[in-house]
Ligand binder design. Structure first.
Ligand SMILES: [Zn+2]
Length: 130
């Protein structure tokens, strides 16, 4: 069994795609940012939809191509399952930490900025979420 066949090699330059969303804090629409609601009987109760009169509003959610990175660690994990063997390959890159840092899946890295951009566009068009 060959386990060393991986999509990317140590030292190879790769481009990642990541899902980013920006978030902003906005006043709660239910309590109009007042945090406490007053009932018809005059009793008051904390708003059930927010904590402090504010909510987090997620705005732009998209796939983005990141800066070029260098593969610094390749991990091939083979697991003996009832119905065969599963194989998972993950990578760590110099720029995002090797040993400790971001673990990248094989489907998040690409051999060129162009291929990464094509995949990011495809995921945006298809409405793919992580
Ligand atoms: Zn509220």
């Amino acid at each position: 069994m060959r386990i060393h066949d991986t999509e990317f090699d140590l030292g190879q330059q790769v481009w990642p795609i990541q899902y980013h969303c920006t978030q902003e804090v906005v006043p709660c629409g239910f309590c109009a940012g007042e945090e406490v609601l007053t009932g018809r009987d005059g009793s008051r109760q904390h708003c059930p939809r927010c904590v402090d009169g504010t909510m987090i509003h997620y705005t732009e959610e998209r796939w983005h191509v990141g800066d070029a990175m260098t593969v610094g660690r390749v991990v091939v994990e083979l697991t003996d399952e009832d119905h065969g063997c599963t194989r998972e390959v993950t990578y760590m890159c110099v720029e995002t930490g090797v040993g400790r840092g971001t673990v990248w899946g094989e489907n998040s890295l690409f051999t060129s900025r162009y291929y990464a951009a094509v995949e990011a566009d495809r995921r945006i068009a298809a409405g793919v979420r992580p």
